[in-house]
Design a protein around this ligand. Structure first.
Ligand code: BG6
Length: 513
């Protein structure tokens, strides 16, 4: 390549030769997310020129059986229809290895398979292991990989090996530490890529670009100008087929400990030193997590509202209550909704409350961040507007993560006409309008980054531990039957009435979504 820019872009976009082994290959995550994401990467020409994906699980399948399954999952879940030419190219690199994660034999066969793939292609492949299994197999699989010499020493070998794991990263601080110690027996911390798929969402990444590539917002991003912040992660779905997993986790472990705190920390970080090393951003995120005020018993009662949905209507359809869902223990106290008030104890954000609400079976699926700015110190429009009943609205910046990805700023403007009145108007940036291309799925970006060895969008262990140490007191207090009662809300409504008490002190209100 003669053009150095093109060469650089090629290097950034095209990872080195890789064999990706997916454990849990017949499971939901592989079929719904991973295979469609790999297909789309192949479609866009982003996969390494030498690439292989090896599905591994207990079900006895041949390479061809697995290829057929992959084709079905792409047909059902990919954002694109199957293009026969792309499928032809992609499917040639799909293999399957039957293997029981707790037994040695399958791993011997896996090693032989990987070695022969390397020989066939005449090059050393990097090994990337994706554990799309239940976390109870993590320890066994990583130990067996180590025993077979399938994990390269990053200080001595050129071949890169990495392990990708999915949440839950433990159940509390203690179990998260144990999990990490176990993985560290085989893998170095910088070889472990912990996926939080929210970090792969375009709008979440755009928080960084928006904040640090535009000089005009950063000065406003502080207690001087921001009155309060709201973050809402709302889902209309219930617990569905995952009831037994969810019932033992609850909404705090399922969403707050990971997705919500990741959004919050990116929103509140200081400018990182650089975007070129993964740790600059992650160091700043940890600082935010450390600055969050801890929850004492009194605060849990006052600042954390938990609730469970009862039967109701979502999208006009009757849906069961949480306790009626199949797989939920009778009399379960697991919350499907939580509203919380966070406070950051640092110079930038001291005194700016961050209200969050997260729940299932709400009226619609929407994830939104809103920054509510302080009022103008003295409004010259106030008295005349009051006479006509329209005081200027508060300025507000909203970042919609999904489903309508975009950023809007609410400002006051004068409507045409003889009177000097004010009216709130929105200045909108919508992804769909500004970029003529569809956003990739979060897993596409994350798989590509893992193949490139870029851990920026993956969660580091100290972030996980900080998040648990913040939330453990809440979970423990609920387990001890204290910390405020579990209330209820009707499915299809915006949560329990009690959630608004969080905001009363400062006369704030939840934003209408
Ligand atoms: C998962 C949670 O991590 O995120 C699910 O376990 C939740 O309960 C899902 O439904 C939400 O993801 P998304 O991308 O649909 O917002």
């Amino acid at each position: 390549m003669d053009n150095p820019f093109a060469e650089n872009e090629h290097r950034l976009l095209h990872p080195p030769s890789t064999a990706l082994v997916i454990f849990g290959a017949t499971g939901d995550l592989t079929q719904r997310k991973l295979i469609p994401a790999l297909y789309n990467l192949s479609h866009d020409g982003y996969l390494p020129s030498s690439f292989a994906v090896i599905g591994a699980s207990r079900t006895p399948l041949t390479d061809d059986d697995f290829r057929d399954r992959c084709k079905e999952s792409i047909a059902s879940f990919s954002r694109r229809d199957i293009d026969p030419k792309v499928w032809e190219r992609f499917s040639r690199n799909i293999y399957y290895q039957p293997l029981d994660g707790t037994k040695k034999e399958g791993f011997v066969a896996l090693r032989e398979r990987l070695e022969s793939l390397g020989k066939e292609r005449g090059e050393d492949l990097n090994y990337l292991y994706y554990l799309a299994t239940s976390p109870r197999f993590f320890a066994d699989i990583s130990t067996r990989l180590g025993e077979q010499g399938l994990v390269a020493d990053p200080h001595r070998e050129l071949r890169r090996t990495a392990l990708i794991i999915e949440k839950p990263f433990g159940h509390d601080l203690e179990s998260a530490r144990v999990l990490n110690e176990t993985l560290n027996e085989t893998f170095h911390e910088n070889q472990i890529f912990r996926i939080d798929h929210y970090l792969g969402k375009e709008t979440v990444q755009n928080i960084l670009v928006f904040r640090f590539a535009n000089g005009i917002f950063e000065p406003l991003w502080s207690r001087e100008y921001i009155d309060h912040i709201q973050i809402s992660v709302c889902e209309s779905i219930g617990v569905g087929t995952r009831a037994s997993y969810f019932d033992s986790s609850g909404i705090v472990r399922d969403i707050v400990q990971n997705h919500l705190l990741q959004i919050l920390s990116l929103l509140c970080i200081e400018p990182p030193l650089s975007l070129h090393d993964a740790d600059s951003i992650r160091d700043e995120k940890v600082k935010v997590l450390r600055s969050l005020k801890r929850f004492t018993d009194k605060k849990i009662e006052k600042n954390v509202i938990r609730a469970q949905y009862t039967r109701g209507y979502v999208d006009g359809k009757a849906v069961p209550g949480y306790l009626e869902e199949e797989g939920v223990a009778s009399g379960s106290q697991t919350p499907s909704y939580v509203a919380m008030k966070f406070e950051i104890d640092n110079w930038r954000f001291a005194g700016v409350p961050i209200y969050v609400r997260v729940g299932k079976r709400l009226p619609k699926r929407i994830t939104e961040i809103s920054l509510h700015f302080k009022k103008a110190p003295r409004s010259i429009f106030q008295s005349s507007a009051q006479q006509r009943g329209s005081a200027p609205a508060d300025n507000m910046l909203t970042i919609q993560v999904q489903p309508d990805e975009g950023i809007s700023l609410c400002v006051n403007a004068k409507p045409p006409g003889p009177l000097l009145q004010t009216k709130p108007v929105m200045m909108d940036f919508l992804y769909d309008d500004s970029f003529a291309t569809a956003s990739p799925e979060a897993y596409e970006r994350l798989l590509l980054d893992a193949m490139r060895g870029d851990a920026t969008l993956f969660t580091r262990n100290d972030e996980i531990e900080e998040a648990w140490s913040l939330l453990d007191p809440i979970l423990k207090s609920w387990e001890a039957q204290s910390g405020g009662p579990l209330t209820t809300y009707e499915a299809g409504t915006w949560g329990p009435a009690e959630a608004s008490t969080l905001l009363n002190e400062r006369k704030h209100r939840w934003r209408r979504l």
